[in-house]
Design a protein around this ligand. Structure first.
Ligand code: CMC
Length: 432
């Protein structure tokens, strides 16, 4: 918590003044501390959607929405995407610093050796309908981890917290791949310890017992980059869900399952699936004006998926890397003139030139190009959000660990602006 504050904000209610401490963060706008406001003044603050409310203090990730900057522990995402790799970024998010060679080797070893699932869990997958959305399977199976790994659910024990963290990062690719295989009707492919994290995931998704699967290193690098770009994003809806669920003392597996449920929505992680489906529905460049007009029409609920962001009022830095990756992957796969990529590029251009999007500061976000890459790799749209979930797991876990370690931890309990009926007497059925 920021301390030694010298600034105060003055609030006057009915002629009475209240002094509120103001904290200056290491980056970003000042924050007014209103924690004692209700006790002192008997009023609540009102901020549905948390547009102006800091829910916690954190040292993990910083976004400057105006500049279009995303930093993990101070390091810019474009440098991490270019020079680092997912497991190193996981280490950075979890422990605060880039690892030494020995620390990284040890961390990778620990993750690699926890990728298998309890064999009994395979029956759990088989309990779902084959046509279940893989996110539905993930919500259930991740929550069920607490039933299989109860030796790491005691959140008061730092060792158990550490084991739970490693388990979740390690097992999430296996769970996502199994959910995929199950909906395909193919046998589950077990993880292999000689492969890196991304290659292992690709193999678990695409290998079949009938023939060997060789992981293309360029696709594996692209997969790793997608994981890296999604690793954390400060206090977004799913992360705040994980924090709120954890604030009651619930075990981390249950809390991450809650995060996955929140991520599923089309305004959040579900946007990558919705975006590719939108691009395919548009189909050809000549239909773009029709969809731009729909996105601007107040009476039409349609929104340009993959566009706009609560925090970024400039380019999402992840979208830039993603666009470059889309070109590289399609080039590698020899996919020339991909119609969806063509529609995406023209749609982006048309939107950026349109005053509606410029005035509202709506730019492409991370989801605009990610679906094109994932589709080219062979993933169906239903797998896009599970891949987001597996990538974001480290972010959820890092934020959870930070929160649990905070001595000031309190259960999250927002207040409300009640606009319903006041006290009234029950009316018997015959008198209604
Ligand atoms: N298309 C058309 N208009 C839009 C869009 C869009 N994609 N996004 C925002 N607007 C308009 C919106 O209608 C509103 O207009 P007005 O002020 O006239 O009422 C204004 O811009 C502000 O929008 P808002 O909904 O108040 O902004 P928000 O911060 O609550 O929502 C958002 C942010 C990401 C939910 C929203 O931009 C959106 O729905 N985008 C499409 C879905 C999407 O791509 N989501 C992925 C986000 S990035 C990945 C992740 O973090 O999960």
């Amino acid at each position: 918590m920021a301390d030694g504050t010298t600034k105060t904000a003055k609030l006057t209610i009915d002629g009475k003044d209240y002094d509120l401490p103001v904290y200056s963060p290491t980056a970003g706008p000042d924050v007014i501390d209103i924690r004692k406001l209700y006790a002192q003044a008997g009023v609540f603050t009102y901020d549905p959607g948390f547009t102006s409310t800091a829910s916690c203090d954190s040292t993990i990730t910083y976004i400057d929405g105006g500049k279009g900057e995303l930093l993990h522990r101070g390091y810019p995402i474009d440098q991490l995407a270019e020079k680092s790799h997912y497991l190193e970024v996981c280490y950075l998010l979890l422990y605060g610093e880039l690892p030494s060679a020995a620390q990284l080797e040890d961390f990778e070893n620990r993750v690699t050796r926890h990728t298998m699932l309890h064999e009994q869990m395979m029956y759990l997958f088989r309990g779902y309908r084959r046509d279940a959305h893989p996110m539905a399977i993930m919500v259930g199976v991740v929550g069920a981890l607490s039933a299989f790994y109860h030796d790491s659910t005691d959140i008061s024990d730092p060792w158990q917290r550490e084991v739970a963290s490693i388990r979740m990062i390690a097992k999430m690719p296996t769970i996502a791949a199994n959910a995929f295989k199950y909906t395909l009707g193919q046998p589950f492919v077990y993880p292999r310890n000689d492969l890196d994290y991304a290659s292992n995931f690709l193999r678990m998704c695409f290998a079949v017992p009938a023939e060997d699967y060789e992981v293309n290193p360029i696709l594996s690098r692209a997969m790793d980059r997608i994981f890296t770009l999604h690793a954390d994003h400060e206090q977004n809806a799913s992360t705040s869900t994980v924090r709120l669920a954890s604030s009651s003392g619930a075990n981390p597996f249950a809390c991450v399952a809650a995060g996955i449920a929140c991520l599923w929505g089309p305004a959040h992680g579900g946007a990558n699936q919705a975006c590719l489906e939108m691009l395919q529905e548009i189909g050809t460049v000549d239909r773009i004006p029709e969809y731009i007009a729909r996105a601007k029409d107040k009476d039409d609920p349609f929104r340009l998926m993959g566009f706009g962001h609560r925090v970024y009022k400039n380019f999402d830095p992840r979208a830039k890397v993603m666009k470059q990756s889309a070109d590289e992957v399609l080039d590698l796969l020899g996919i020339e003139d991909n119609p969806t990529l063509q529609v995406a590029k023209e749609l982006e251009k048309a939107a950026l030139e349109d005053p509606y999007f410029a005035d509202k500061k709506l730019f492409p976000n991370v989801d605009f190009y990610s679906g094109i890459i994932l589709e080219a790799m062979g993933f169906p749209t239903s797998m896009f959000t599970p891949i987001f979930a597996l990538s974001r797991t480290v972010g959820w876990i890092s934020q959870w660990k930070e929160m649990i370690g905070d001595p000031q931890l309190k259960i999250g309990r927002p207040r409300q602006l009640y606009m319903g009926s006041t006290l009234r007497d029950y009316v018997d059925m015959e008198n209604r």
